[in-house]
Design a protein around this ligand. Structure first.
Ligand SMILES: *Cc1c(COP(=O)(O)O)cnc(C)c1O
Length: 392
């Protein structure tokens, strides 16, 4: 099909919940993509941080195809090797106790919120189910995770939202203390606010939040849906903030492109979910779990060190270009935010870059790069050359 045919069909039969860029992507290899007409693009998005090993990675393909040819699905009523192995790999590398798998970020956060509320209910009884989240956060699109999201623009249309969330300002421990109360069971944060604009939390604030949680017997919940699985240069971001959360959610990059996610619990919360208290039909699907095992195998120390180096390189190159419409860069590893200035909008710049062959994302008022963690030097330089030419 041509681009126009695909577009016409999509516009007629797909709900208009996204305004798409005028490109129909067809295939990819590494961090390079081709559209329906055969035009080449450099991928600084990995989808939205999902294709962590790039597109059509050979090892990943082997893991996925091998499992698909053996057993694609059999429900959570039976044991499967990929599920158990993926859970073990996550726990052994994070110091967490156990894992429950689901299919997406919002679902992982729902599970984490349920875990926190039931932990508190089991210990203290009713009336202690409030979760403190941060302003400018993003936790998902279900009714509950929209309520958890600390941005007014998401608290619309879908009333009534789930109750039991209060919002504090990032990097202001006084603001967290100000919304404390006897009804609170947990604090939930993204260590680098992703959708909000790639805003890393201060180490000092994170340490103080951890102390406050320990003091008040609140759980510390970390939403690693975007920051997890090597994106920030450590396997999980909490490992470079030197905290051990009571639970952490993950999704996006975990299975290298397949829908997969979940929540890891620390020792304190390992027995909160008993049979019948939480479940999902698709969660822990063997194909996605086999893909996750492969992704985790690949992300060893040397691989993660490269993520840091590549991130530092991209940021230094963008800053050195000193383009009139781009300001400072920020972020961790290959999670990069770039300020937009000079009266331009991020949407306008993203559209221009995509037209010229570089796929980028927006976040808050800025641009965002989440390239495949496997992006090569040549692909980075091609992408940077497009950036310079399109915006120079
Ligand atoms: C993307 C994202 C989510 C939602 O994940 P979905 O898979 O879209 O449901 C939640 N939290 C954070 C931090 C995210 O970046």
């Amino acid at each position: 099909m041509t681009f126009q045919e695909i577009k016409n069909l999509d516009e007629q039969y797909v709900m208009h919940s996204y305004s798409r860029f005028p490109v129909a992507l067809d295939r990819g290899k590494g961090a390079t993509l081709w559209d329906a007409e055969g035009r080449e693009y450099i991928d600084f998005t990995s989808g939205i941080g999902v294709a962590s090993l790039g597109h059509a990675d050979e090892g990943w393909l082997e893991a996925v195809a091998g499992q698909a040819g053996k057993l694609a699905h059999i429900s959570n009523l039976f044991y499967t090797e990929p599920y158990a192995k993926a859970a073990a790999a996550l726990c052994r590398r994070t110091g967490m106790a156990n894992v429950m798998f689901g299919n997406s970020g919002a679902e992982a956060n729902e599970a984490m919120i349920k875990l926190a509320r039931k932990w508190s209910f089991d210990k203290y009884g009713k009336g202690r189910g409030t979760v403190i989240t941060l302003n400018n956060s993003f936790h998902g699109r279900t009714i509950t995770t929209l309520a958890a999201t600390g941005q007014e623009k998401f608290h619309n249309y879908f009333f009534p939202f789930t109750e039991g969330f209060r919002y504090a300002d990032a990097n202001d421990i006084g603001s967290v203390e100000a919304v404390a109360g006897h009804d609170v069971c947990a604090v939930m944060v993204e260590l680098v606010q992703g959708e909000g604009g790639v805003l890393p939390l201060d180490q000092e604030f994170v340490s103080r939040v951890a102390e406050l949680c320990a003091k008040r017997d609140w759980l510390l919940l970390v939403d690693e849906v975007q920051t997890g699985v090597g994106r920030t240069g450590s396997l999980f971001a909490f490992q470079q903030y030197n905290i051990q959360p009571d639970a952490a959610s993950f999704a996006k990059g975990i299975a290298g492109g397949l829908p997969f996610g979940g929540v890891m619990a620390g020792g304190k919360c390992r027995d909160v979910f008993s049979p019948g208290t939480h479940g999902t039909t698709f969660g822990g699907n063997p194909i996605a779990a086999a893909a996750a095992c492969h992704v985790l195998d690949r992300l060893d120390g040397a691989f993660l060190a490269q993520v840091e180096e590549k991130g530092a390189y991209l940021r230094a190159q963008v800053e050195e270009m000193d383009l009139p419409c781009l300001g400072q860069t920020r972020g961790l590893g290959l999670m990069i935010g770039i300020e937009v200035k000079g009266g331009r909008t991020n949407q306008e710049l993203a559209a221009k870059l995509i037209e010229k062959g570089l796929l980028v994302l927006t976040a808050g008022p800025g641009l965002r790069f989440l390239p495949p963690l496997t992006i090569t030097q040549e692909e980075m330089d091609k992408g940077l050359a497009i950036l310079r030419e399109a915006l120079g």
